[in-house]
Design a protein around this ligand. Structure first.
Ligand SMILES: Nc1ncnc2c1ncn2[C@@H]1O[C@H](COP(=O)(O)OP(=O)(O)OP(=O)(O)O)[C@@H](O)[C@H]1O
Length: 701
């Protein structure tokens, strides 16, 4: 079948020449150890060798996806990766060993993405896709998801992607695995046709050694070196073997005996190209060295199209990502910071003869010199006004205490007998009160203090009610009411209300938190997915840099964060009506910047980690560390000085402080500026670190 135009005509002595290639991943071992290899143009070159001998490593070095530690690679007259080489890029078609396609995309979408990356027009992609799918016997519609294909069908789609743009060089890493013998033969025939008709050069690895007899040249690789390189029939004849497998065995034995390996023979790199090492004959017309732009517009566009497709394909995931901050806010509003109710208290009341059954009768009209009774009932009335407490009555203190001990109540209150009379006498006589009245007017309280927040609430309620009873009695008995006041007059607060609520304390931290952490995990998951499923690698071979993939992703993700920030703002202040004394724009910008910061933490984590497992743990560490230091659980002023010294430099704490000052103080420019500066600084640092890391990984991978 005819390939689309674009296969480069013309001749060159060697399409690919590798000389003295050395490559190691670790200091312990050379994977390529002085390897020489020559692939003439318009030939099929079968690279054979045992598993793990370094075939894929060599192919990725030829593609420019990995750098050699030493040696030289020239591909069609260019060093891979040089500006204008088109390798990696549209001049090569790479089929990796693993599928390296997103299973969530359809066949058509997959082909369209790689076609666009190769710069093909939509109509050409359509036509060529149909031809290839027909040829490769993929009966499914183009709308079929890759995940719904059989292993062999996936393999063939992967081959179709490689052949789509008819590159002059094909690098196929085990393309016939999982393909039935008839189709395997068809593929070989097709490759032979390509080399003859269009002068395409093919490098192929295969585990079916005998099928390599159809190649023009065979290279036998072992322990990082090429044992031999020749036409298959000639090689078998020279070694007196009936099969390539026998040749390989014979050469292996010889290599073991020598403790080394034979070189590949063929021309020197310098010989196989013109003297500037860039301009083979075939390249004369395109030997204008273009500079590689930081981001190629068309690649970013293709990646954005793909990322957008991803968003729309996984609508529920996208909706969840968008809604997650809102859901967190909802849970916060209805689950956190509301006043606890239904708290049980154990009551022993020896003061009221009928256990307050008749209710509080009021103060005697004649004044409190006469009998005042049931003050304990008045106290309980005042306490129970809030509906937060339930009184469980007990006959004696041991039984009430037992209930508290086994968790049935948060405390016990014990009014002694004649509490009311002693209390009245104490108030009337003040400094002259008898010891008997002072001691008899003390109601004893034993609390369960195991829950700091709850216990403090109960304690505060009991003490405040005692103060209220005191005021109530002064007024009821016609005494000087000011005398009962504490010598401290709490005036209107400068900021906030006299009865602050926990939700107000927690809100700034929560807002930053719900923008920050979902963004981290979302960005990590997406970017890492492409990295691990091989799509990033395959796209890199097609000429898309990781930076371009990242840029496309980041543009869409930033838009999602913007929508998310607006929704959170509207929900917080328009729907749930939380207080905001300051500027909504400032809060919105803080929310957005915190979300962006989370995104870049996510990209950084994905760049650092090579497994989902590692990324999960790294993300979790960042989550726990930054949230504990953010001051959202406890005021930052209470931190140990060694921790407190660093907390203001973490990405959340200054933002939380800035949000707090905007919400409750209106504006404190210094705090707001600090929040923006530190958050912005972190974000810029993460962008630089992520890009630097990707570049480093590209160079050393
Ligand atoms: N990124 C990496 N980091 C460290 N070691 C690696 C890396 N990639 C490959 N290796 C190691 O390099 C050696 C060669 O691997 P390579 O994938 O090139 O072999 P191969 O000949 O293609 O194997 P196969 O035929 O099984 O695909 C192996 O020992 C492998 O473990």
């Amino acid at each position: 079948m005819p390939p689309a135009p674009g296969a480069s005509p013309g001749a060159s002595p060697a399409a690919v020449a590798v000389r003295g290639a050395r490559k190691a991943y670790t200091a312990a071992k050379w994977i390529l150890d002085g390897l020489d290899l020559t692939v003439p143009e318009a030939n099929i070159y079968a690279l054979l060798g045992a598993s793990g001998c370094g075939k894929t490593t060599l192919l990725t070095c030829i593609l420019g996806l990995r750098n050699l530690n030493a040696g030289d690679v020239m591909v069609m007259g260019w060093r891979p990766g040089d500006p204008g080489a088109g390798i990696p890029g549209p001049r090569v078609g790479y089929m990796p060993q693993e599928l390296a396609l997103s299973e969530g995309f359809t066949i058509g979408e997959t082909l369209r993405y790689f076609g666009r990356v190769a710069g093909m027009a939509n109509a050409v992609i359509e036509k060529r896709s149909a031809e290839l799918l027909d040829f490769l016997q993929i009966p499914c519609k183009q709308s079929r998801l890759i995940s719904q294909l059989s292993g062999g069908q996936k393999q063939r789609v992967s081959l179709a992607v490689t052949l789509l743009h008819s590159p002059p060089l094909l690098i196929l890493d085990e393309p016939t695995v999982g393909v039935d013998p008839i189709l395997r033969q068809n593929i070989w025939d097709f490759l032979v046709d390509l080399t003859r008709t269009y002068r395409t050069t093919v490098i192929i690895t295969t585990h079916y050694i005998e099928e390599a007899r159809q190649a023009n040249l065979v290279g036998l690789m072992r322990r990082g070196r090429l044992l031999d390189e020749e036409a298959p029939e000639a090689m078998m004849a020279r070694h007196g073997c009936a099969s390539l497998e026998d040749v390989f065995l014979a050469l292996s034995v010889r290599q073991d005996g020598r403790g080394g390996g034979g070189g590949g023979g063929g021309q020197d790199v310098a010989e196989s190209h013109t003297d500037d090492k860039r301009g083979g004959d075939a390249m004369v017309n395109v030997n204008v060295v273009e500079s590689i732009p930081f981001l190629a517009h068309s690649n970013v566009k293709a990646c954005m199209w793909r990322a957008w497709l991803y968003l729309t394909r996984y609508k529920w995931v996208t909706a969840y990502v968008l809604m997650m901050p809102l859901l967190c806010l909802l849970v916060f509003v209805y689950g956190v910071g509301r006043t606890p109710t239904g708290l049980h208290l154990a009551l022993v009341n020896e003061d009221s003869a009928d256990g307050c059954a008749a209710g509080w009768q009021g103060y005697p009209a004649a004044g409190c010199e006469d009998a005042v009774s049931d003050l304990s009932c008045r106290y309980l009335d005042l306490l129970l006004e809030s509906n937060d407490y339930t009184m469980d009555v007990f006959p004696d203190e041991p039984s009430a205490r037992w209930t508290v001990q086994r968790g049935g109540a948060w405390g016990l209150i014990h009014f002694p007998a004649n509490f009311s009379r002693h209390m009245a006498m104490r108030q009337l006589n003040l400094q002259n009160a008898l010891t008997e009245d002072i001691e008899g007017s003390e109601c004893s309280v034993h609390l369960d203090m195991s829950d700091q927040l709850l216990s403090n609430m109960v304690r505060t309620a009991l003490f405040e009610t005692a103060v209220r009873l005191h005021d109530d009695m002064q007024a009821g008995c016609g005494l000087n009411t000011r005398l009962s006041l504490l010598p401290l007059n709490e005036m209107e607060p400068v900021y906030g209300s006299r009865t602050p609520v926990f939700q107000d304390f927690a809100l700034p931290g929560l807002l930053m938190c719900i923008m920050y952490f979902p963004a981290i995990f979302y960005a990590t998951a997406n970017f890492l997915e492409d990295k691990l499923n091989g799509v990033m690698n395959r796209s890199a071979a097609a000429g898309v840099t990781q930076k371009e993939m990242l840029a496309a992703r980041a543009i869409l993700d930033c838009a999602i964060q913007a929508v998310s920030a607006v929704m959170v703002l509207v929900a917080t202040f328009a729907v749930f009506r939380f207080t905001n004394e300051g500027s909504y724009v400032t809060i919105l910008l803080l929310l957005y910047l915190q979300g962006l910061n989370g995104l870049w933490v996510g990209y950084f984590v994905a760049a650092v980690c090579s497994t989902h497992y590692a990324a999960t743990f790294m993300g979790m560490g960042i989550f726990l560390g930054t949230s504990f230091l953010s001051g959202m659980f406890w005021p930052a002023q209470g931190m140990h000085w060694m921790v407190g010294m660093w907390a203001p430099l973490t990405p959340m704490q200054p933002a939380v402080e800035a949000a707090r000052t905007v919400l409750y103080q209106g504006s404190n420019l210094a705090l707001i500026a600090k929040g923006f500066l530190i958050l912005g600084g972190w974000t810029a640092a993460l962008v630089a670190a992520t890009l630097g890391l990707l570049r480093f990984q590209n160079k050393t991978g």
